[in-house]
Design a binder for this molecule. Structure first.
Ligand SMILES: Nc1ncnc2c1ncn2[C@@H]1O[C@H](COP(=O)(O)OP(=O)(O)OP(=O)(O)O)[C@@H](O)[C@H]1O
Ligand SMILES: [Mg+2]
Length: 225
């Protein structure tokens, strides 16, 4: 992949980070039709869901995708964290049924893809009963689901588990075209980040997001000195 995000991108108060991520991603989407984006991190709690939701909202708010004459401009965020409700709670939709119901019971896609408060933004909760999630995501049914979703949605954001906690992450990352790696500023030890990078397919790594970065000076003062 030719365009990489900078190694560290501070989370800005004015949401400019997400616009920046969007601009760079859009370039990939137009040139390469890279439209499945996995968001992961080395370990838990680094801000994957926060980044995934904010990125999805920024994408859905941008009329450029539709106005440019491309396909639908519809954005989907898929929660891939069994046993949690972070994404559906954050976007205020019912947490069941979800992905697991589709994989296990052939639930209709329309029943698990839920519209949220913004036009063109949809969420697929992970669903309940995580015990058989690992075998379910390793099936052709999962691959076919992503292929079906590619037809309908302009961008699909996978809110993935963290790399060092489960091998499910690498399996799911294999279904994505690009990966964003979230790093929590001042929290993630560099050795841990190094281990995560060793496991990840670096060809798919579109960039890293340095989350929760605190500037020592306010931005206006930074410019003045
Ligand atoms: N930039 C930030 N500023 C302040 N709080 C943040 C920031 N990013 C994340 N948080 C908070 O940190 C906690 C963990 O964030 P989040 O749930 O997004 O992480 P995660 O990587 O998805 O976690 P998990 O591995 O459990 O899925 C949440 O309470 C969230 O609100
Ligand atoms: Mg999460």
């Amino acid at each position: 992949m030719s365009t990489k995000l900078p190694l560290t991108t501070p989370l800005a108060e004015d949401n400019s980070l997400f616009r920046d991520l969007y601009t760079r991603m859009l370039r990939q989407i137009q040139v390469d039709a890279h439209n499945v984006v996995g968001v992961t991190s080395s370990v838990d709690g680094e801000g994957k869901t926060t980044i995934a939701i904010n990125l999805a909202i920024t994408l859905a708010n941008d009329h450029g995708l539709v106005d440019s004459g491309k396909r639908s401009g519809e954005i989907l965020i898929v929660d891939c964290n069994p046993g949690t409700v972070g994404t559906s709670k954050g976007l205020m939709v019912e947490s069941i049924p979800g992905l697991i119901h589709y994989l296990r019971h052939q639930y209709p896609v329309d029943g698990i893809v839920k519209q949220v408060f913004l036009p063109r933004l949809w969420v697929m909760p992970v669903g309940s009963s995580p015990f058989d999630f690992s075998p379910l995501i390793r099936t052709e049914v999962m691959k076919e689901l992503i292929a079906t979703l590619r037809e309908r949605f302009e961008v699909i954001i996978l809110d993935l588990p963290s790399i060092l906690t489960t091998t499910d992450t690498l399996v799911l990352a294999g279904l994505a075209d690009q990966i964003l790696l979230v790093v929590r500023s001042g929290v993630t030890p560099s050795a841990v980040l190094g281990q995560a990078l060793e496991r990840l397919n670096r060809d798919k790594l579109a960039g890293m997001v340095l989350n929760d970065y605190r500037r020592p000076l306010p931005r206006w003062l930074e410019k003045a000195v």
